[in-house]
Design a protein around this ligand. Structure first.
Ligand SMILES: *Cc1c(COP(=O)(O)O)cnc(C)c1O
Length: 373
C-alpha cells in the first residue's frame, strides 16, 4: 500500500486529497449489471439530488450521471439542454467560462459572450443590456465558483434574472457543489453540473447534471453526441437502472463512501464551514508572510485562493513548487491570463491545521530561496 504520510497533500482544485476510507472503497470489484451496483448508482443520484436542493418528491429535477471528467458533464449538459436552434449567453470571467463558449463552438450552438475581468463579477445591468441587445438568446450559461481565480459569481441574482426573462439556465457548479449552498428548485435551473472529485471529495471519473425534468423530457434529438446524450442516458436509467456504457464502478463505490462522509460532516453546511476555516487560515497565514491575494475578500469563494507571486526576481514557480512538494504540499500554478499568479486550494480532506502547516512550509521555502516577499 501507498504510505499516505509520504504523499504530499494536494492543495489543488481537484483531483484532491481524499480520505483513506474513500480510497479503500475501491478495493472491491463490482459487476455493473448487479442489483447491488444498480442500487449504489441510484443511492448516489438521490444523494446528489438532495445536496443540490431537489424537492423531496423529486417532481422537478433529476440527477443524470455521466462517465468522464467534469468537462464531459458540462458538454453533455449543454449538448442535451440546448436545441440546435438555441442561442446561449455565456458569462465569462475565467478559463471555465471560456471553456463553455468553446464547447458551444464544438457542438455547433449559437452563443454570445459577456466577458468581465478575471477579478470582477458581471452585474445584473450588464447581463440585462446583453439580453436586450440580443433578443435571440434562449439560454444563459455561467460558472458558479470560477476556479481560475476562486471568484464567486452572484448565482442567485443571475438565476432570478434568467427566470424573470424566461431564459433557461445552465450552471457549472463543479467547484462548489457540496460546499456552498445551491438549490436547483429556487434557482429554477435547467441544468446544474458537478463532478465527483471536487467538493464531494470523491475520486475523479464521473460527473453529474441535475436537470429539470420537463427540459430533459423535451430534449430528445438535441444532442450531437451519443455518449454525451443525457436524454438517452436518463431514459436508460429510467428503464433499467443501468448505465448505457461501462460505468466507472470503483469511482462510484468511492463516491458512495465520500457522500457518507459528507453527511457525517454535517452536509453542505458542515463542509462549507471547514473550507471557510481552511481558507481563512491560509489567507491569514500567507498575508502574515507578506503575500497578497489576487481577489478582494468579498469576492473570494472558500475553494481556492490565487496569490500574487513575490516580486523578487529570484522567485521562480518551478523551484517554489518543487521545494514545497518536498515538504509535503502540492500547489497549483496560476491560470490567469492577465497576471502572474499561483494558487492554493482549500478543499479536500484537509483541516485548518494542514493549512497552517502549509503556510509554515511556504515560509521555510521562501527562506531557503532567499526571497523577499
Ligand atoms: C474543475 C472544473 C471543471 C471541470 O474540469 P475537468 O478537468 O474536466 O474535471 C469545470 N468547471 C469548473 C468551474 C471547474 O472547477
Amino acid at each position: 500500500m501507498v504510505d499516505q504520510k509520504k504523499e504530499p497533500l494536494l492543495l489543488t482544485p481537484g483531483p484532491l486529497t481524499t480520505s483513506s476510507l474513500v480510497k479503500e472503497a475501491t478495493l472491491k470489484d463490482w459487476g455493473s449489471r448487479d442489483q447491488d451496483f444498480i442500487e449504489l448508482t441510484a443511492r448516489i443520484c438521490r444523494r446528489i439530488e438532495d445536496i443540490a436542493g431537489v424537492d423531496p418528491d423529486r417532481t422537478h429535477h433529476v440527477c443524470v450521471p455521466v462517465q468522464g471528467s467534469g468537462t464531459f458533464a458540462v458538454e453533455a449538459a449543454l449538448d442535451t439542454v440546448l436545441s440546435r436552434s438555441a442561442t446561449v449567453l455565456v458569462l465569462i470571467n475565467g478559463a471555465y467560462g471560456h471553456r463553455i463558449a468553446r464547447i458551444c463552438g464544438y457542438i455547433g450552438r449559437s452563443f454570445v459572450t459577456l466577458e468581465t475581468a478575471e477579478d470582477q463579477v458581471p452585474t445584473i445591468e450588464q447581463i440585462e443590456k446583453k439580453l436586450s441587445a440580443e433578443p435571440a438568446i434562449t439560454h444563459l450559461a455561467t460558472v458558479h465558483c470560477e476556479t481560475t481565480s476562486g471568484i464567486l459569481n452572484p448565482i442567485e441574482e443571475i438565476a432570478s434574472l434568467a427566470h424573470q426573462k424566461g431564459i433557461g439556465l445552465i450552471i457549472d457548479a463543479m467547484s462548489s457543489l457540496g460546499a456552498l449552498p445551491l438549490d436547483v428548485t429556487e434557482l429554477n435551473c435547467a441544468a446544474l453540473v458537478a463532478s465527483s472529485n471536487k467538493c464531494l471529495q470523491g475520486l475523479p471519473g464521473v460527473g453529474f447534471a441535475v436537470m429539470e425534468k420537463t427540459v430533459l423530457a423535451g430534449s430528445e434529438g438535441n444532442a450531437t453526441s451519443l455518449s454525451l446524450d443525457l436524454f438517452d442516458q436518463w431514459r436508460n436509467f429510467e428503464k433499467t437502472g443501468q448505465w448505457r456504457f461501462t460505468p466507472p464502478t470503483h469511482v462510484l463505490a468511492a463516491l458512495d463512501q465520500a457522500l457518507v462522509e459528507l453527511d457525517e460532516e454535517g452536509g453542505v453546511a458542515g463542509r462549507g464551514t471547514r473550507y471557510q476555516d481552511n481558507c481563512q487560515t491560509l489567507v491569514d497565514g500567507m498575508r502574515g508572510l507578506g503575500f497578497e491575494t489576487y481577489l478582494p475578500d468579498d469576492l473570494q469563494a472558500p475553494i481556492i485562493v490565487t496569490f500574487h507571486p513575490p516580486k523578487d526576481l529570484k522567485f521562480g514557480f518551478e523551484d517554489f513548487y518543487n521545494r514545497l512538494r518536498d515538504k509535503g504540499f502540492a500547489i497549483y500554478p496560476g491560470k490567469l491570463t492577465q497576471a502572474d499568479s499561483f494558487r492554493m486550494g482549500c478543499i479536500g480532506d484537509l483541516s485548518a491545521k494542514d493549512m497552517k502547516n502549509a503556510v509554515t512550509a511556504v515560509g521555510a521555502v521562501i527562506g531557503e530561496m532567499g526571497i523577499e516577499v
